[in-house]
Design a protein around this ligand. Structure first.
Ligand SMILES: [Zn+2]
Length: 386
C-alpha cells in the first residue's frame, strides 16, 4: 500500500451520464480498466454539493456531520455552509493527525487549518485565500456570459496547482475539484452535445495530469480516487417559494426546499399551500440533524421540477421557466442523483466493477488507500469497497 492518494471530486457526473458517454472519455475509461469502478454510488439524502462533500470527507450522514443542505439555518436566515460547520473531523484533519501531509486545492468544506497547503474553493472568496502556496493560481470568478469558460479555466488552474504540489512537495493526500460538468449541465443540460463536451474537457484535463504522473514515475506512488458528488436531472418547471408561501424563510436546494417554521399549525398551512403544486413533505429524519427537527421542514418537488428563489425571476408568478435547466437533490432514492466513483493505483485491484455501493463506502475506502484509520467512518458501519 503506497499510502499516498489523489482525490479528485468530479462535480455532477451521474451514473447514467457516465454510462452514456464513457466510450468518449478515454482517460476515465482507461482508469476503470486498470482499477475499480462503482457504476452506481448511492446519493446522500440531500444529493447537493455541500452535503455530498461532507459525506465524502467524513463517511457519516448529515445527521452526524451537520451539512444537511448547501445553506444552513442559523435561526434567522440560510447562509452558505462552511468548513467550520462540519461537526465531525474530516479526512484531512484525521490524515494530518496521523502524520500525513495534506493539500487541498479548491476542495469544498476542507479547513485551511487541516492542510499543509490550501487554496479556497472558487465559491468562497473566489479562490482568494491560499496557504503555503508560493504562486497560487488565484482566479476570480464573476457572473456573465463567459462564466462557463471561467469554470473550465478554474478547473485547469486547480490541476496546474495540484501538479506543482505533486512535483515539488509530494503531499500524502492531494484533494481537488473539477466543476465544469456540473455547471455546464445547470446551464445547458438539455443540449446534450455540450454536456458531452464538458465531460470530454475534464477527461482531457485529467489525461494531462495522468501523463505527467506516468512520465515522472509518480504514478506508481499515488492511488487515485475520482468521485462524483451527485448526479443531475432535467428540470422543466421551477417553483418560486416566495410566491407560494410569502413571508416564510426558505432555502432552495435543487429539488429540495428547506423551510423554517415556528409551530405545527404554521407547518400545516405551509404544507397545504405547497401541496397544491405537487410538493411533498419529507418526514424522514435522515435529512436533518436532531438539533434542527423542531425548526426546519424539508419538502421535495414533483418530477422534473425544482425550487428557485424569487431573486432569480421577474414578476410574482409561483412557477417559472427554470434558470437551471438541470439540477440535483431530487429527493429520496432518485436514480438521477446517483453518481460514480473510480479508484486506481497501486493499492487498488485491477479490472473490478461494483454495480452498486452505499454512499458512505467512499470515506473508508479513501482512508484505506491513504493508510490511515478513521474512526467516524467505522461508526457508520459501512466498509471500504476494496
Ligand atoms: Zn456538485
Amino acid at each position: 500500500m503506497s499510502g499516498k492518494l489523489i482525490l479528485i471530486l468530479l462535480d455532477g457526473v451521474s451514473a447514467s451520464l457516465f454510462e452514456q458517454y464513457a466510450h468518449r472519455l478515454p482517460h476515465l475509461q482507461a482508469l476503470t480498466e486498470t482499477g475499480l469502478l462503482i457504476q452506481r454510488l448511492g446519493a446522500d439524502a440531500n444529493a447537493n454539493s455541500m452535503p455530498a462533500r461532507a459525506g465524502i470527507l467524513t463517511g457519516v450522514d448529515a445527521t452526524q456531520h451537520g451539512i444537511y443542505a448547501n445553506n444552513l439555518w442559523n435561526g434567522q436566515y440560510f447562509p452558505p455552509a462552511q468548513a467550520s460547520d462540519v461537526r465531525v473531523p474530516t479526512l484531512a484533519r484525521v490524515a494530518r493527525a496521523q502524520n500525513k501531509r495534506v493539500a487541498s486545492v479548491g476542495f469544498g468544506l476542507v479547513s485551511a487549518d487541516d492542510c499543509d497547503w490550501y487554496l479556497s474553493p472558487w465559491w468562497e472568496d473566489g479562490c482568494q485565500r491560499a496557504k503555503a502556496l508560493s504562486a497560487p493560481g488565484l482566479h476570480s470568478l464573476s457572473g456573465g456570459s463567459e462564466s462557463l469558460t471561467r469554470i473550465a479555466a478554474n478547473d485547469h488552474q486547480l490541476l496546474q496547482q495540484g501538479w506543482q504540489l505533486l512535483k515539488h512537495q509530494r503531499p500524502d493526500l492531494l484533494m481537488l475539484e473539477l466543476n465544469s460538468p456540473d455547471y455546464c449541465q445547470h446551464l445547458l443540460g438539455n443540449e446534450r452535445e455540450l454536456v458531452a463536451w464538458s465531460l470530454e474537457l475534464v477527461d482531457a484535463q485529467l489525461g494531462c495530469l495522468l501523463s505527467r504522473l506516468q512520465e515522472s514515475g509518480l504514478a506508481s506512488e499515488y492511488n487515485l480516487a475520482i468521485v462524483s458528488d451527485h448526479g443531475h436531472a432535467l428540470v422543466e418547471t421551477a417553483l418560486v417559494p416566495e410566491h407560494i408561501i410569502p413571508g416564510v424563510k426558505t432555502h432552495c436546494d435543487g429539488g429540495l426546499l428547506f423551510v423554517a417554521c415556528n409551530n405545527p399549525a404554521e407547518l400545516d398551512s405551509i404544507d397545504t399551500r405547497l401541496s397544491a403544486y405537487g410538493v411533498t413533505r419529507l418526514d424522514n429524519p435522515a435529512y436533518l440533524p436532531a438539533t434542527h427537527l423542531e425548526q426546519l421542514a424539508v419538502f421535495v418537488a414533483p418530477k422534473n421540477t425544482s425550487f428557485e428563489p424569487a431573486a432569480k425571476h421577474a414578476g410574482n408568478a409561483p412557477t417559472a421557466r427554470p434558470k437551471y435547466v438541470s439540477t440535483h437533490g431530487m429527493g429520496p432514492a432518485h436514480p438521477d442523483d446517483e453518481r460514480i466513483a473510480i479508484f486506481s493505483g497501486p493499492g487498488v485491484p485491477e479490472r473490478q466493477i461494483i454495480s452498486r455501493a452505499n454512499s458512505l463506502t467512499v470515506t473508508p475506502t479513501l482512508a484505506q488507500l491513504l493508510g490511515i484509520t478513521y474512526e467516524y467512518a467505522e461508526k457508520s458501519h459501512v466498509d471500504a469497497v476494496l
